[in-house]
Design a protein around this ligand. Sequence first.
Ligand code: ADP
Ligand code: MG
Length: 297
Amino acid sequence: MEITALDGEAEKMVTDCNNIKAKVLTAALPYIQKYTGRTVVIKYGGNAMIHQELKKAVMSDIILLSLVGIHVVLVHGGGPEISGMLKKLDIPSRFIDGLRYTDEETAEVVQMVLAGKTNKDLVSLIGQLGGKAIGLCGIDGGMIKAKKIQGDYGYVGEITEINTEPITQAIQSGYIPVIATVGTDCQGQTYNINADTAAAEIAAALKAENIITLTDIRGLMRDISNENSLIPVVKIDEVETLINDGIISGGMIPKVKSLKKSVLSGVEKAVMIDGRIVHSILIEMFSDEGVGTMFIK
Ligand code: ADP
Ligand code: MG
């Protein structure tokens, strides 16, 4: 008798669980219908890329988006890996206004690590998880043309031109383009381009619907030492004041400027979300939950 009762309970649990699964999937349907065939640029930050399990979850979310027909473009950073290699080579890392000061030696290391290691590791992981990705850096197919950014940053590049063809061709062939943000000029000089800056330019050039920036913090905070100070919505007019008031500093400066630029260039939704939360991309894409910070006009 007891066994039968337990069986009944277990059966009910399985049925409930299946009902929830079905509900979750049907709730995602309108979002899938909205975004299928549209382009979504995802910027994956170096600092949120450190944990392997989390990285796997992010890549599986990206595969899912791609399989439901969303044209996902992954633009990645690699700050911690670059810093790690520079340390091994005894080259100091230096940041100015959130940008890595890039002398000739550093530019070489950036290209090696970002395009050679970080990029291929992500492509390999997507492959292991059953997805199809192709790794590109800005030099491939003349995708990112750059020049030296104004100011004393060394070979930090400012994008002068984006050739979207390698990206769109990859998408059309069923691949998820995974982009390392190294650019070049006509003389073959390599430039280190901040991944947030590049993601915004790529989103604009592709006329993307969304740009989602995954980082290692909840979003834009009024005070980074206070977990409860998240700013959920930022008007792009407020960005300069937030920078001038010192509320935004370091790597958050190019990030916020890039999201502002995305909004100005017509990207419909520009958000920054917490890359440390498992499946934050799916929550962002397939619900009306506002996780993180949204940038609006
Ligand atoms: P990523 O690898 O994602 O580009 P960065 O280190 O370049 O990460 O930028 C994110 C960092 O910016 C946060 O970890 C935080 O230390 C810093 N930061 C500075 N100001 C703010 C702010 N107002 N809100 C949130 N993060 C901030
Ligand atoms: Mg950064």
